[in-house]
Design a protein around this ligand. Structure first.
Ligand SMILES: NC(=O)c1ccc[n+]([C@@H]2O[C@H](COP(=O)([O-])OP(=O)(O)OC[C@H]3O[C@@H](n4cnc5c(N)ncnc54)[C@H](OP(=O)(O)O)[C@@H]3O)[C@@H](O)[C@H]2O)c1
Length: 300
């Protein structure tokens, strides 16, 4: 910390957001509109320094939000066969944006990933001992995660960057195929492992508050606690579709239908909770922001 940003309190907020066509970027724009915060989407490609410089010169932002990144379609397996494209956006691009913004004293709120850890002997499944912000990533099972861990390590040196480790994002829009809940209700078979997850309806507004406070550094950006696939599917059955049923399979069986390994972990969200004491546990947040509101819709 100790970084003095342009977004000082006397200057009205103006956000420059990357990721206009993306899920998180789109939601951020909606939240800014609802809150009356001035913002514009960036037109530049992240890896193109001069395009980023032009965006900043035109928009004159107080803060920059990076919700641009390559996650792979239909899933992260894509990154295994598109390594250079993955590096270009997620490593070269993200670093270029951080560097351009540092030169201009601008904070970057960077939506990163917490899928850079996996349960280990010091953080066993079910123990409640989560990985902390200062822990070194231990999951390299996918090229996507490997490059995200590399870039996080480099970004640590940029005192203008606020790295938010997002995991298995969930939103109240259950029709969105990117939503973790929607994904697992559509799979033929699902594993059943407790994980830390991010309820976007609760946490994206918090990321805007973090910008207002000029917070920087690494943050585990998940709701406190863990929830398993089956616990979510049970809630789905209870709130949305009483006839819903599903089949589980083991990690070994899952490995046969995917290319890259997937990360499973618990992140320790106490740093975020200390800064934002109203932050709900993952199960409370799921009910308040996702299943509760959709239940009303389903019953009308
Ligand atoms: N969704 C998840 O499961 C998840 C989980 C944890 C973390 N995250 C992270 O959160 C960030 C946003 O995720 P998301 O789910 O919102 O992604 P998304 O829906 O796939 O959107 C990605 C956005 O990034 C833009 N983009 C890609 N490459 C770019 C480049 N080189 N320059 C400029 N823009 C570029 C895309 O624009 P174009 O269409 O123009 O390329 C799109 O607007 C990513 O960094 C991702 O790694 C996502």
């Amino acid at each position: 910390m100790g970084f003095t940003a342009n977004g000082s309190s006397e200057k009205p907020l103006k956000f420059l957001i990357y990721g206009k066509t993306g899920w998180i970027g789109g939601l951020l724009g909606q939240i800014c509109r609802a809150q009356g915060i001035a913002f514009e989407y960036g037109n530049g490609r992240l890896e193109n320094r001069s395009q980023l410089e032009a965006d900043i010169a035109i928009v004159k932002p107080t803060h920059v939000f990076n919700a641009a990144g390559v996650t792979g379609r239909p899933n992260v397996d894509w990154c295994e066969t598109h390594k250079v494209e993955t590096i270009r956006t997620n490593v070269v691009g993200t670093l270029t944006l951080a560097d351009v913004c540092r030169e201009r004293n601008l904070i970057v709120i960077n939506y990163a990933t917490g899928c850079i850890f996996e349960y280990d002997e010091a953080h066993p499944l079910g123990s409640g001992i989560g990985f902390k912000e200062e822990d070194t990533p231990n999951f390299t099972g996918s090229f996507y995660s490997k490059t995200k861990a590399m870039v996080e390590e480099l970004l640590k040196n940029y005192e203008n960057v606020c790295t938010l480790r997002v995991r298995m994002p969930i939103s109240s829009d259950l029709s969105n195929p990117r939503n973790f809940i929607t994904k697992i209700t559509r799979y033929e078979k699902v594993v059943n492992i407790p994980n830390s997850m991010t309820i976007l309806d609760e946490l994206l507004p918090i990321s805007i508050e973090m910008a207002k406070k000029n917070l920087t550094g690494i943050w585990n950006f998940t709701n406190p606690g863990v929830v398993s696939h089956n616990e979510i599917l049970e809630m789905y059955r209870d709130y949305i579709d009483p006839y819903f049923s599903w089949k589980n399979f083991t990690l070994e069986e899952q490995a046969k239908v995917i290319v890259a390994q997937r990360s499973n972990n618990e992140l320790d969200a106490s740093k975020l909770k200390k800064q934002f004491p109203q932050l709900l546990s993952i199960k409370e947040s799921l009910i308040k922001y996702v299943f509760g509101p959709n239940h009303k819709t389903a019953s009308t």
